[in-house]
Design a protein around this ligand. Structure first.
Ligand code: PEP
Ligand code: MG
Length: 589
Protein backbone atom coordinates (compact mmCIF):
# COMPACT_ATOMS: atom_id res chain seq x y z
CA UNK A 1 0.00 0.00 0.00
CA UNK A 2 1.27 3.49 -0.88
CA UNK A 3 -0.22 6.87 0.08
CA UNK A 4 0.45 10.09 -1.84
CA UNK A 5 -0.84 13.58 -0.99
CA UNK A 6 -1.91 16.30 -3.42
CA UNK A 7 -4.29 19.25 -3.60
CA UNK A 8 -7.94 18.29 -3.05
CA UNK A 9 -10.15 20.11 -5.55
CA UNK A 10 -13.42 18.20 -5.45
CA UNK A 11 -14.62 16.35 -2.34
CA UNK A 12 -15.83 12.78 -1.95
CA UNK A 13 -14.34 9.29 -1.82
CA UNK A 14 -14.00 6.95 -4.78
CA UNK A 15 -12.70 3.39 -4.82
CA UNK A 16 -12.07 1.77 -8.21
CA UNK A 17 -9.46 0.53 -10.68
CA UNK A 18 -6.92 3.02 -11.99
CA UNK A 19 -6.75 3.99 -15.64
CA UNK A 20 -3.48 5.76 -16.43
CA UNK A 21 -3.98 7.73 -19.64
CA UNK A 22 -0.98 10.06 -19.77
CA UNK A 23 1.96 9.22 -17.61
CA UNK A 24 5.31 10.71 -16.73
CA UNK A 25 8.52 8.93 -17.58
CA UNK A 26 10.90 6.84 -15.52
CA UNK A 27 14.64 6.93 -16.32
CA UNK A 28 16.17 4.00 -18.23
CA UNK A 29 19.81 3.14 -17.56
CA UNK A 30 22.27 2.98 -20.45
CA UNK A 31 23.21 -0.66 -21.16
CA UNK A 32 25.09 -2.06 -24.14
CA UNK A 33 24.57 -5.35 -25.97
CA UNK A 34 27.17 -7.73 -27.38
CA UNK A 35 27.96 -7.23 -31.12
CA UNK A 36 26.33 -10.57 -31.98
CA UNK A 37 23.09 -9.51 -30.23
CA UNK A 38 22.62 -6.26 -32.19
CA UNK A 39 20.43 -7.75 -34.94
CA UNK A 40 18.18 -9.47 -32.40
CA UNK A 41 17.93 -6.21 -30.48
CA UNK A 42 16.82 -4.38 -33.64
CA UNK A 43 14.15 -7.05 -34.20
CA UNK A 44 12.94 -6.64 -30.64
CA UNK A 45 12.71 -2.89 -31.21
CA UNK A 46 10.75 -3.28 -34.48
CA UNK A 47 8.36 -5.74 -32.85
CA UNK A 48 7.68 -3.38 -29.92
CA UNK A 49 7.01 -0.50 -32.34
CA UNK A 50 4.59 -2.64 -34.37
CA UNK A 51 2.79 -3.77 -31.21
CA UNK A 52 2.57 -0.16 -30.04
CA UNK A 53 1.07 0.98 -33.34
CA UNK A 54 -1.57 -1.76 -33.15
CA UNK A 55 -2.35 -0.93 -29.58
CA UNK A 56 -2.66 2.78 -30.34
CA UNK A 57 -5.15 1.97 -33.12
CA UNK A 58 -7.28 -0.08 -30.69
CA UNK A 59 -7.03 2.57 -28.02
CA UNK A 60 -8.10 5.24 -30.48
CA UNK A 61 -11.26 3.33 -31.25
CA UNK A 62 -12.05 2.48 -27.64
CA UNK A 63 -11.35 6.02 -26.46
CA UNK A 64 -13.52 7.57 -29.14
CA UNK A 65 -16.38 5.30 -28.12
CA UNK A 66 -15.95 5.72 -24.38
CA UNK A 67 -14.65 9.25 -23.88
CA UNK A 68 -15.35 11.05 -27.15
CA UNK A 69 -13.37 12.07 -30.23
CA UNK A 70 -11.46 14.85 -28.44
CA UNK A 71 -9.75 12.42 -26.08
CA UNK A 72 -9.14 10.03 -28.96
CA UNK A 73 -7.20 12.70 -30.86
CA UNK A 74 -4.26 12.12 -28.53
CA UNK A 75 -3.85 8.65 -30.01
CA UNK A 76 -3.99 9.84 -33.61
CA UNK A 77 -1.03 12.08 -32.88
CA UNK A 78 0.84 9.18 -31.26
CA UNK A 79 0.16 6.91 -34.22
CA UNK A 80 1.60 9.52 -36.60
CA UNK A 81 4.74 9.84 -34.49
CA UNK A 82 5.47 6.13 -34.60
CA UNK A 83 4.68 5.93 -38.31
CA UNK A 84 7.42 8.51 -39.01
CA UNK A 85 10.16 6.61 -40.87
CA UNK A 86 12.94 9.02 -39.95
CA UNK A 87 12.19 8.56 -36.25
CA UNK A 88 12.19 4.76 -36.55
CA UNK A 89 15.47 4.88 -38.52
CA UNK A 90 16.99 7.02 -35.80
CA UNK A 91 16.02 4.45 -33.16
CA UNK A 92 17.44 1.55 -35.19
CA UNK A 93 20.64 3.48 -35.81
CA UNK A 94 21.10 4.10 -32.10
CA UNK A 95 20.99 0.33 -31.45
CA UNK A 96 23.28 -0.46 -34.40
CA UNK A 97 25.94 2.20 -33.98
CA UNK A 98 26.02 2.68 -30.19
CA UNK A 99 25.17 -0.97 -29.43
CA UNK A 100 22.74 0.13 -26.70
CA UNK A 101 19.63 -1.81 -25.68
CA UNK A 102 16.39 -1.11 -27.52
CA UNK A 103 15.04 0.30 -24.25
CA UNK A 104 17.83 2.83 -23.98
CA UNK A 105 17.58 3.77 -27.67
CA UNK A 106 13.87 4.51 -27.24
CA UNK A 107 14.36 6.33 -23.97
CA UNK A 108 17.30 8.51 -25.00
CA UNK A 109 16.03 9.36 -28.51
CA UNK A 110 12.48 10.24 -27.51
CA UNK A 111 13.61 12.08 -24.38
CA UNK A 112 15.97 14.19 -26.51
CA UNK A 113 13.13 15.02 -28.91
CA UNK A 114 10.87 15.94 -26.01
CA UNK A 115 13.58 18.09 -24.42
CA UNK A 116 14.24 20.03 -27.61
CA UNK A 117 10.50 20.69 -28.00
CA UNK A 118 10.34 21.90 -24.42
CA UNK A 119 12.97 24.55 -25.24
CA UNK A 120 10.78 25.99 -27.99
CA UNK A 121 9.15 29.43 -27.74
CA UNK A 122 6.09 27.99 -29.36
CA UNK A 123 3.43 26.81 -26.89
CA UNK A 124 2.08 24.24 -29.36
CA UNK A 125 5.51 22.65 -29.80
CA UNK A 126 6.11 22.59 -26.04
CA UNK A 127 2.81 20.74 -25.63
CA UNK A 128 3.94 18.15 -28.22
CA UNK A 129 6.75 17.09 -25.87
CA UNK A 130 4.15 15.16 -23.88
CA UNK A 131 3.27 13.09 -26.93
CA UNK A 132 6.88 11.96 -27.32
CA UNK A 133 6.96 10.96 -23.66
CA UNK A 134 3.74 9.05 -23.98
CA UNK A 135 4.93 7.16 -27.04
CA UNK A 136 8.22 6.42 -25.30
CA UNK A 137 6.41 4.91 -22.33
CA UNK A 138 4.20 2.78 -24.53
CA UNK A 139 7.07 1.32 -26.59
CA UNK A 140 9.02 0.72 -23.40
CA UNK A 141 6.09 -1.14 -21.88
CA UNK A 142 6.13 -3.51 -24.86
CA UNK A 143 9.89 -3.98 -24.65
CA UNK A 144 9.71 -4.84 -20.98
CA UNK A 145 6.51 -6.86 -21.26
CA UNK A 146 4.88 -4.40 -18.87
CA UNK A 147 1.28 -3.32 -18.44
CA UNK A 148 -0.60 -1.96 -21.41
CA UNK A 149 -2.02 1.48 -21.07
CA UNK A 150 -5.46 0.16 -21.95
CA UNK A 151 -9.03 1.23 -21.59
CA UNK A 152 -10.34 -2.27 -21.04
CA UNK A 153 -11.30 -1.35 -17.49
CA UNK A 154 -13.81 1.13 -18.84
CA UNK A 155 -16.51 -1.49 -18.97
CA UNK A 156 -16.67 -0.76 -15.26
CA UNK A 157 -16.08 2.46 -13.24
CA UNK A 158 -12.52 3.79 -13.40
CA UNK A 159 -10.38 6.48 -11.84
CA UNK A 160 -8.47 8.52 -14.41
CA UNK A 161 -4.80 9.26 -13.73
CA UNK A 162 -3.10 11.72 -16.06
CA UNK A 163 -0.04 13.91 -15.97
CA UNK A 164 -2.38 16.78 -16.80
CA UNK A 165 -5.71 17.11 -18.51
CA UNK A 166 -6.62 20.09 -20.60
CA UNK A 167 -9.98 21.70 -19.84
CA UNK A 168 -11.31 20.41 -23.16
CA UNK A 169 -10.20 16.84 -22.41
CA UNK A 170 -11.84 17.03 -18.99
CA UNK A 171 -15.02 18.41 -20.53
CA UNK A 172 -15.14 15.45 -22.91
CA UNK A 173 -14.95 12.78 -20.19
CA UNK A 174 -17.76 10.27 -20.00
CA UNK A 175 -19.20 11.03 -16.58
CA UNK A 176 -21.01 7.71 -16.36
CA UNK A 177 -17.75 5.75 -16.27
CA UNK A 178 -15.22 8.03 -14.62
CA UNK A 179 -15.64 8.09 -10.85
CA UNK A 180 -12.64 10.26 -9.92
CA UNK A 181 -9.67 12.13 -11.36
CA UNK A 182 -6.06 12.53 -10.23
CA UNK A 183 -3.31 14.49 -11.98
CA UNK A 184 0.40 15.16 -11.50
CA UNK A 185 -0.01 18.85 -12.39
CA UNK A 186 -2.51 21.60 -11.61
CA UNK A 187 -3.62 23.92 -8.82
CA UNK A 188 -6.81 24.45 -6.82
CA UNK A 189 -8.51 26.72 -9.34
CA UNK A 190 -6.98 25.50 -12.57
CA UNK A 191 -9.82 25.10 -15.06
CA UNK A 192 -9.43 21.34 -15.05
CA UNK A 193 -10.00 21.34 -11.30
CA UNK A 194 -13.07 23.54 -11.68
CA UNK A 195 -14.51 21.16 -14.26
CA UNK A 196 -13.87 18.13 -12.07
CA UNK A 197 -15.74 19.88 -9.27
CA UNK A 198 -18.59 20.64 -11.65
CA UNK A 199 -18.73 16.97 -12.66
CA UNK A 200 -19.33 16.22 -9.00
CA UNK A 201 -16.62 13.56 -8.79
CA UNK A 202 -13.72 13.48 -6.31
CA UNK A 203 -10.56 14.99 -7.75
CA UNK A 204 -6.99 15.64 -6.64
CA UNK A 205 -4.41 17.64 -8.59
CA UNK A 206 -0.78 18.58 -7.98
CA UNK A 207 0.21 14.98 -7.15
CA UNK A 208 3.59 15.51 -8.87
CA UNK A 209 4.56 11.96 -9.91
CA UNK A 210 1.41 9.95 -9.29
CA UNK A 211 1.28 8.65 -12.88
CA UNK A 212 4.62 6.95 -12.47
CA UNK A 213 3.52 5.27 -9.22
CA UNK A 214 0.16 3.91 -10.33
CA UNK A 215 -0.44 1.28 -13.01
CA UNK A 216 -3.60 0.73 -14.98
CA UNK A 217 -5.65 -1.88 -13.16
CA UNK A 218 -4.35 -1.10 -9.63
CA UNK A 219 -7.06 -0.71 -7.01
CA UNK A 220 -6.95 2.87 -5.73
CA UNK A 221 -8.80 5.09 -3.30
CA UNK A 222 -9.22 8.77 -4.10
CA UNK A 223 -9.97 10.75 -0.99
CA UNK A 224 -11.01 14.10 -2.46
CA UNK A 225 -11.65 15.47 1.04
CA UNK A 226 -8.09 15.15 2.28
CA UNK A 227 -6.30 15.07 -1.07
CA UNK A 228 -4.98 11.54 -0.60
CA UNK A 229 -4.46 8.75 -3.10
CA UNK A 230 -4.11 5.27 -1.61
CA UNK A 231 -2.60 2.76 -4.04
CA UNK A 232 -3.40 -0.94 -3.52
CA UNK A 233 -4.93 -0.38 -0.04
CA UNK A 234 -4.84 -3.20 2.47
CA UNK A 235 -8.10 -4.78 3.63
CA UNK A 236 -8.44 -2.73 6.83
CA UNK A 237 -7.91 0.59 5.05
CA UNK A 238 -10.33 -0.39 2.32
CA UNK A 239 -12.98 -1.21 4.92
CA UNK A 240 -12.41 2.08 6.72
CA UNK A 241 -12.84 4.09 3.49
CA UNK A 242 -15.96 2.17 2.54
CA UNK A 243 -17.44 3.16 5.91
CA UNK A 244 -16.49 6.81 5.35
CA UNK A 245 -18.09 6.62 1.92
CA UNK A 246 -21.36 5.42 3.47
CA UNK A 247 -21.29 8.17 6.16
CA UNK A 248 -20.78 10.82 3.50
CA UNK A 249 -23.54 9.44 1.32
CA UNK A 250 -25.96 9.86 4.21
CA UNK A 251 -24.70 13.44 4.86
CA UNK A 252 -25.21 14.23 1.17
CA UNK A 253 -28.72 12.79 1.44
CA UNK A 254 -29.58 15.11 4.35
CA UNK A 255 -28.25 18.02 2.28
CA UNK A 256 -30.56 16.97 -0.54
CA UNK A 257 -33.51 17.49 1.80
CA UNK A 258 -32.67 21.22 1.87
CA UNK A 259 -33.31 21.54 -1.86
CA UNK A 260 -36.64 23.31 -1.71
CA UNK A 261 -35.92 25.34 1.43
CA UNK A 262 -34.83 28.96 0.99
CA UNK A 263 -31.24 30.10 1.60
CA UNK A 264 -32.02 32.30 4.56
CA UNK A 265 -29.95 32.98 7.66
CA UNK A 266 -31.32 32.23 11.15
CA UNK A 267 -32.00 35.91 11.64
CA UNK A 268 -34.05 36.11 8.45
CA UNK A 269 -31.69 37.49 5.76
CA UNK A 270 -32.31 36.05 2.31
CA UNK A 271 -29.24 35.03 0.33
CA UNK A 272 -29.18 34.34 -3.42
CA UNK A 273 -27.54 31.09 -4.54
CA UNK A 274 -26.65 30.98 -8.23
CA UNK A 275 -24.86 28.30 -10.22
CA UNK A 276 -21.63 28.35 -12.24
CA UNK A 277 -21.92 26.26 -15.40
CA UNK A 278 -19.81 25.40 -18.43
CA UNK A 279 -22.52 23.67 -20.50
CA UNK A 280 -26.35 23.90 -20.59
CA UNK A 281 -26.48 20.20 -19.61
CA UNK A 282 -25.37 21.17 -16.09
CA UNK A 283 -28.51 23.24 -15.52
CA UNK A 284 -30.66 20.33 -14.43
CA UNK A 285 -28.27 19.46 -11.59
CA UNK A 286 -27.97 23.15 -10.70
CA UNK A 287 -31.72 23.64 -10.38
CA UNK A 288 -32.13 20.30 -8.56
CA UNK A 289 -29.55 21.45 -6.05
CA UNK A 290 -31.50 24.66 -5.43
CA UNK A 291 -29.90 27.31 -7.70
CA UNK A 292 -32.23 30.22 -8.43
CA UNK A 293 -30.24 31.49 -11.45
CA UNK A 294 -27.04 30.91 -13.37
CA UNK A 295 -24.55 33.48 -12.11
CA UNK A 296 -21.73 32.46 -14.43
CA UNK A 297 -21.99 30.65 -17.75
CA UNK A 298 -18.45 30.06 -19.04
CA UNK A 299 -19.24 30.24 -22.76
CA UNK A 300 -15.68 29.51 -23.88
CA UNK A 301 -16.22 25.84 -23.06
CA UNK A 302 -18.41 25.48 -26.16
CA UNK A 303 -15.29 26.47 -28.12
CA UNK A 304 -13.01 24.17 -26.12
CA UNK A 305 -15.25 21.16 -26.64
CA UNK A 306 -15.79 21.74 -30.37
CA UNK A 307 -13.54 20.83 -33.30
CA UNK A 308 -14.54 24.02 -35.14
CA UNK A 309 -15.30 27.59 -34.21
CA UNK A 310 -18.99 27.64 -33.22
CA UNK A 311 -21.05 29.79 -35.60
CA UNK A 312 -23.50 32.47 -34.44
CA UNK A 313 -26.32 29.98 -34.98
CA UNK A 314 -24.61 27.24 -32.94
CA UNK A 315 -23.91 29.65 -30.09
CA UNK A 316 -27.47 30.98 -30.25
CA UNK A 317 -28.84 27.43 -30.03
CA UNK A 318 -26.77 26.68 -26.90
CA UNK A 319 -27.93 29.88 -25.24
CA UNK A 320 -31.57 29.17 -26.08
CA UNK A 321 -31.18 25.61 -24.77
CA UNK A 322 -29.84 27.02 -21.49
CA UNK A 323 -32.68 29.56 -21.28
CA UNK A 324 -35.31 26.85 -21.88
CA UNK A 325 -33.80 24.59 -19.25
CA UNK A 326 -33.85 27.45 -16.74
CA UNK A 327 -37.61 28.00 -17.21
CA UNK A 328 -37.63 31.71 -16.38
CA UNK A 329 -34.63 31.78 -14.01
CA UNK A 330 -32.02 34.34 -15.16
CA UNK A 331 -28.94 33.29 -17.16
CA UNK A 332 -25.74 35.32 -16.77
CA UNK A 333 -23.75 34.78 -19.96
CA UNK A 334 -20.09 35.67 -19.67
CA UNK A 335 -18.54 36.62 -22.98
CA UNK A 336 -15.59 34.59 -24.24
CA UNK A 337 -12.81 34.13 -21.70
CA UNK A 338 -10.39 32.26 -23.98
CA UNK A 339 -6.62 32.36 -23.67
CA UNK A 340 -4.06 31.54 -20.95
CA UNK A 341 -4.90 27.92 -19.96
CA UNK A 342 -8.11 27.89 -22.02
CA UNK A 343 -6.68 27.39 -25.49
CA UNK A 344 -8.97 26.38 -28.29
CA UNK A 345 -7.73 24.57 -31.40
CA UNK A 346 -11.07 25.39 -32.96
CA UNK A 347 -10.50 29.12 -33.47
CA UNK A 348 -10.60 29.74 -37.20
CA UNK A 349 -10.96 33.52 -37.27
CA UNK A 350 -8.26 34.15 -34.64
CA UNK A 351 -4.65 33.08 -34.85
CA UNK A 352 -3.38 32.71 -31.29
CA UNK A 353 0.16 34.05 -30.70
CA UNK A 354 2.77 32.36 -28.57
CA UNK A 355 3.16 34.65 -25.60
CA UNK A 356 5.83 34.59 -22.90
CA UNK A 357 3.24 35.33 -20.17
CA UNK A 358 -0.14 34.09 -21.39
CA UNK A 359 -1.96 34.89 -18.11
CA UNK A 360 -0.82 38.51 -18.52
CA UNK A 361 -1.31 38.45 -22.26
CA UNK A 362 -3.98 38.73 -24.90
CA UNK A 363 -6.64 36.67 -23.13
CA UNK A 364 -10.32 37.06 -22.44
CA UNK A 365 -11.88 40.49 -23.17
CA UNK A 366 -8.54 41.63 -24.64
CA UNK A 367 -8.65 38.84 -27.22
CA UNK A 368 -12.26 39.77 -28.05
CA UNK A 369 -11.49 43.47 -28.42
CA UNK A 370 -8.69 42.62 -30.84
CA UNK A 371 -10.91 40.23 -32.82
CA UNK A 372 -14.14 42.07 -33.37
CA UNK A 373 -15.70 39.48 -35.68
CA UNK A 374 -15.38 36.83 -33.02
CA UNK A 375 -16.73 39.18 -30.35
CA UNK A 376 -19.60 40.59 -32.39
CA UNK A 377 -20.72 37.13 -33.48
CA UNK A 378 -21.03 36.08 -29.87
CA UNK A 379 -22.77 39.31 -28.82
CA UNK A 380 -25.32 38.87 -31.63
CA UNK A 381 -26.03 35.32 -30.48
CA UNK A 382 -26.44 36.46 -26.85
CA UNK A 383 -28.71 39.38 -27.72
CA UNK A 384 -30.90 37.30 -30.02
CA UNK A 385 -31.23 34.64 -27.30
CA UNK A 386 -32.26 37.35 -24.80
CA UNK A 387 -35.60 37.55 -26.62
CA UNK A 388 -36.33 34.03 -25.31
CA UNK A 389 -35.91 34.61 -21.56
CA UNK A 390 -34.06 36.59 -18.90
CA UNK A 391 -30.39 37.04 -19.82
CA UNK A 392 -27.58 39.17 -18.38
CA UNK A 393 -24.29 39.87 -20.19
CA UNK A 394 -21.03 39.86 -18.26
CA UNK A 395 -17.59 40.95 -19.51
CA UNK A 396 -14.56 39.10 -18.06
CA UNK A 397 -11.09 40.35 -17.07
CA UNK A 398 -11.87 44.07 -17.27
CA UNK A 399 -8.79 45.95 -16.08
CA UNK A 400 -9.26 49.46 -17.53
CA UNK A 401 -12.33 51.70 -17.68
CA UNK A 402 -11.71 52.29 -21.39
CA UNK A 403 -11.86 48.56 -22.00
CA UNK A 404 -15.32 48.38 -20.45
CA UNK A 405 -16.48 51.39 -22.43
CA UNK A 406 -15.15 49.91 -25.63
CA UNK A 407 -16.92 46.60 -24.95
CA UNK A 408 -20.16 48.48 -24.28
CA UNK A 409 -19.75 50.47 -27.50
CA UNK A 410 -19.37 47.28 -29.51
CA UNK A 411 -22.45 45.89 -27.79
CA UNK A 412 -24.31 49.08 -28.81
CA UNK A 413 -23.14 48.58 -32.43
CA UNK A 414 -24.45 45.03 -32.43
CA UNK A 415 -27.77 46.20 -31.02
CA UNK A 416 -28.04 48.71 -33.86
CA UNK A 417 -27.34 45.96 -36.41
CA UNK A 418 -30.11 43.84 -34.89
CA UNK A 419 -32.47 46.84 -34.94
CA UNK A 420 -31.66 47.38 -38.62
CA UNK A 421 -32.32 43.73 -39.35
CA UNK A 422 -35.56 43.83 -37.36
CA UNK A 423 -34.38 41.07 -34.99
CA UNK A 424 -35.80 40.92 -31.46
CA UNK A 425 -33.73 41.16 -28.26
CA UNK A 426 -34.18 42.42 -24.70
CA UNK A 427 -33.32 46.10 -24.94
CA UNK A 428 -33.05 46.38 -21.15
CA UNK A 429 -30.52 43.54 -20.92
CA UNK A 430 -28.41 44.06 -17.76
CA UNK A 431 -24.68 44.45 -18.44
CA UNK A 432 -22.17 43.53 -15.76
CA UNK A 433 -18.49 42.78 -15.34
CA UNK A 434 -16.22 40.38 -13.54
CA UNK A 435 -14.03 42.00 -10.92
CA UNK A 436 -11.04 39.68 -11.12
CA UNK A 437 -8.07 41.98 -11.63
CA UNK A 438 -6.71 44.12 -8.75
CA UNK A 439 -6.92 47.31 -10.86
CA UNK A 440 -10.67 46.79 -11.29
CA UNK A 441 -11.12 46.01 -7.60
CA UNK A 442 -9.20 49.15 -6.59
CA UNK A 443 -11.28 51.24 -8.99
CA UNK A 444 -14.56 49.55 -8.05
CA UNK A 445 -16.27 52.84 -7.18
CA UNK A 446 -15.75 54.11 -10.73
CA UNK A 447 -16.74 50.83 -12.38
CA UNK A 448 -19.88 50.54 -10.23
CA UNK A 449 -21.28 53.65 -11.92
CA UNK A 450 -20.88 52.06 -15.36
CA UNK A 451 -22.39 48.57 -14.96
CA UNK A 452 -25.56 46.93 -13.63
CA UNK A 453 -23.78 44.30 -11.56
CA UNK A 454 -20.42 42.95 -10.41
CA UNK A 455 -19.30 39.37 -10.04
CA UNK A 456 -16.07 38.92 -8.11
CA UNK A 457 -13.81 36.33 -9.77
CA UNK A 458 -11.53 35.31 -6.96
CA UNK A 459 -9.83 32.57 -8.99
CA UNK A 460 -8.05 35.20 -11.05
CA UNK A 461 -8.14 37.93 -8.43
CA UNK A 462 -5.99 35.80 -6.11
CA UNK A 463 -3.43 34.94 -8.78
CA UNK A 464 -3.03 38.58 -9.86
CA UNK A 465 -2.99 39.97 -6.31
CA UNK A 466 -0.52 37.49 -4.84
CA UNK A 467 1.39 36.91 -8.11
CA UNK A 468 0.82 33.14 -8.00
CA UNK A 469 -0.13 31.16 -11.12
CA UNK A 470 -3.44 29.48 -10.25
CA UNK A 471 -2.53 26.26 -12.05
CA UNK A 472 1.03 25.74 -10.84
CA UNK A 473 1.24 22.96 -8.25
CA UNK A 474 4.74 23.97 -7.13
CA UNK A 475 3.54 27.22 -5.59
CA UNK A 476 0.02 26.10 -4.70
CA UNK A 477 0.56 26.74 -0.99
CA UNK A 478 1.00 30.47 -1.75
CA UNK A 479 -2.31 30.66 -3.59
CA UNK A 480 -4.88 31.53 -0.96
CA UNK A 481 -8.26 33.25 -0.88
CA UNK A 482 -7.56 33.88 2.81
CA UNK A 483 -4.63 36.20 2.06
CA UNK A 484 -5.46 39.43 3.92
CA UNK A 485 -4.73 41.50 0.79
CA UNK A 486 -7.29 39.50 -1.21
CA UNK A 487 -9.86 39.87 1.58
CA UNK A 488 -9.29 43.65 1.66
CA UNK A 489 -10.02 43.87 -2.08
CA UNK A 490 -13.18 41.75 -1.75
CA UNK A 491 -14.41 43.92 1.15
CA UNK A 492 -13.87 47.12 -0.86
CA UNK A 493 -15.60 45.79 -3.98
CA UNK A 494 -18.66 44.75 -1.96
CA UNK A 495 -18.74 48.19 -0.28
CA UNK A 496 -18.47 50.04 -3.60
CA UNK A 497 -21.30 47.98 -5.11
CA UNK A 498 -23.54 48.59 -2.10
CA UNK A 499 -22.92 52.34 -2.13
CA UNK A 500 -23.90 52.53 -5.80
CA UNK A 501 -26.75 50.09 -5.22
CA UNK A 502 -25.75 47.49 -7.80
CA UNK A 503 -25.75 43.75 -7.20
CA UNK A 504 -22.46 42.08 -6.33
CA UNK A 505 -22.00 38.33 -6.36
CA UNK A 506 -18.89 36.18 -6.03
CA UNK A 507 -18.36 33.43 -8.59
CA UNK A 508 -14.80 32.26 -7.88
CA UNK A 509 -14.29 28.84 -6.25
CA UNK A 510 -14.08 30.63 -2.90
CA UNK A 511 -17.90 30.89 -2.95
CA UNK A 512 -18.11 27.07 -3.17
CA UNK A 513 -15.68 26.46 -0.29
CA UNK A 514 -17.49 26.05 3.05
CA UNK A 515 -14.70 27.66 5.07
CA UNK A 516 -15.47 31.07 3.55
CA UNK A 517 -19.28 31.24 3.71
CA UNK A 518 -19.54 32.89 7.14
CA UNK A 519 -16.80 35.40 6.32
CA UNK A 520 -18.34 36.38 2.97
CA UNK A 521 -21.75 36.89 4.60
CA UNK A 522 -20.07 39.03 7.25
CA UNK A 523 -18.35 41.10 4.55
CA UNK A 524 -21.78 41.93 3.12
CA UNK A 525 -22.05 39.43 0.25
CA UNK A 526 -25.66 38.43 -0.46
CA UNK A 527 -25.25 36.52 -3.77
CA UNK A 528 -23.04 33.45 -4.16
CA UNK A 529 -22.40 31.81 -7.51
CA UNK A 530 -21.37 28.23 -6.93
CA UNK A 531 -20.46 25.02 -8.68
CA UNK A 532 -23.75 23.01 -8.59
CA UNK A 533 -22.66 20.07 -6.39
CA UNK A 534 -21.57 22.50 -3.63
CA UNK A 535 -24.86 24.42 -3.42
CA UNK A 536 -26.58 22.26 -0.74
CA UNK A 537 -23.61 22.43 1.62
CA UNK A 538 -23.31 26.22 1.33
CA UNK A 539 -27.06 26.53 1.83
CA UNK A 540 -26.87 24.45 4.99
CA UNK A 541 -24.22 26.78 6.43
CA UNK A 542 -26.27 29.87 5.53
CA UNK A 543 -29.33 28.38 7.23
CA UNK A 544 -27.30 27.59 10.36
CA UNK A 545 -25.87 31.05 11.11
CA UNK A 546 -27.00 34.51 12.15
CA UNK A 547 -25.83 37.39 10.01
CA UNK A 548 -25.03 39.40 13.13
CA UNK A 549 -22.53 36.68 14.15
CA UNK A 550 -21.05 36.62 10.65
CA UNK A 551 -20.32 40.34 10.88
CA UNK A 552 -18.40 39.71 14.13
CA UNK A 553 -16.41 36.93 12.43
CA UNK A 554 -15.50 39.25 9.54
CA UNK A 555 -14.35 41.93 12.00
CA UNK A 556 -12.15 39.45 13.82
CA UNK A 557 -10.68 38.18 10.53
CA UNK A 558 -9.64 41.73 9.60
CA UNK A 559 -7.26 41.71 12.60
CA UNK A 560 -5.25 38.70 11.31
CA UNK A 561 -1.99 39.11 9.40
CA UNK A 562 -1.70 35.77 7.61
CA UNK A 563 -3.84 33.39 5.59
CA UNK A 564 -3.07 30.52 7.99
CA UNK A 565 -4.53 32.41 10.97
CA UNK A 566 -7.56 33.36 8.91
CA UNK A 567 -8.17 29.80 7.73
CA UNK A 568 -7.73 28.15 11.12
CA UNK A 569 -10.14 30.61 12.68
CA UNK A 570 -12.74 30.26 9.89
CA UNK A 571 -12.58 26.52 9.98
CA UNK A 572 -13.30 26.55 13.71
CA UNK A 573 -16.27 28.82 13.16
CA UNK A 574 -17.86 26.55 10.54
CA UNK A 575 -17.16 23.39 12.53
CA UNK A 576 -18.98 24.92 15.50
CA UNK A 577 -22.18 25.26 13.50
CA UNK A 578 -21.93 22.11 11.36
CA UNK A 579 -19.34 19.60 12.60
CA UNK A 580 -19.92 17.22 9.64
CA UNK A 581 -18.76 19.79 7.07
CA UNK A 582 -15.11 19.04 7.65
CA UNK A 583 -15.56 15.39 8.52
CA UNK A 584 -12.21 14.20 7.26
CA UNK A 585 -11.79 17.12 4.87
CA UNK A 586 -8.51 19.00 4.70
CA UNK A 587 -8.49 22.75 4.97
CA UNK A 588 -8.64 24.62 1.69
CA UNK A 589 -6.48 27.58 0.72
C1 PEP B 1 -12.59 33.62 -11.61
O1 PEP B 1 -11.54 34.02 -12.14
O2 PEP B 1 -12.79 33.64 -10.39
C2 PEP B 1 -13.68 33.07 -12.44
C3 PEP B 1 -14.83 32.73 -11.90
O3 PEP B 1 -13.44 32.86 -13.77
P1 PEP B 1 -12.58 31.64 -14.35
O4 PEP B 1 -12.37 30.66 -13.23
O5 PEP B 1 -13.36 31.08 -15.47
O6 PEP B 1 -11.32 32.32 -14.77
MG1 MG C 1 -11.42 34.40 -14.27
Amino acid sequence: MQIKKGIPVSPGIAIADALVIDAHDKPVLRRTVLPNRVAAEVDRLKKAIAQSINEIGDLRKQTAAALGEKMADIFSVHARLLADKSLVDQLIQAVQTERVTAEYAVYSTLQAQAQSLLQSDNEYLRERARDFRDVERRVLSHLTGGQDVGLATLDRPAIIFAHDLTPSQTAALDKSRIVALATDAGGRTSHTAILAHALGIPAIVGLEDITSRVNTGDTVIIDGNRGQVVIEPDAAVLMDFRQQQRRQASFVQTLGELRDLPAVTKDGHKIALYANIEFPSEIMAAVENGATAVGLYRTEFQFLASDHEPSEEEQYEQFVEAIRRLKGKPLTIRTLDLGADKISDSLETVKPHAEPNPFLGCRSIRLCLQNLNLFKTQLRAILRASAEGPVRIMFPLISHVMELRQARMILADVREDLDDAGLAYDNKIPVGMMVEVPSAALQAKTFAREVDFFSIGTNDLIQYTVAVDRSNERIASLYSAAHPAVLTLIREVIKAAKRTDIEVSLCGEMASQPEYTILLLGLGLRSFSITPPAIPEIKKIIRSVKLSDCVKVAKKVSTFDSDREVLNYLRDQVSKVIPEVFDGRSIGN
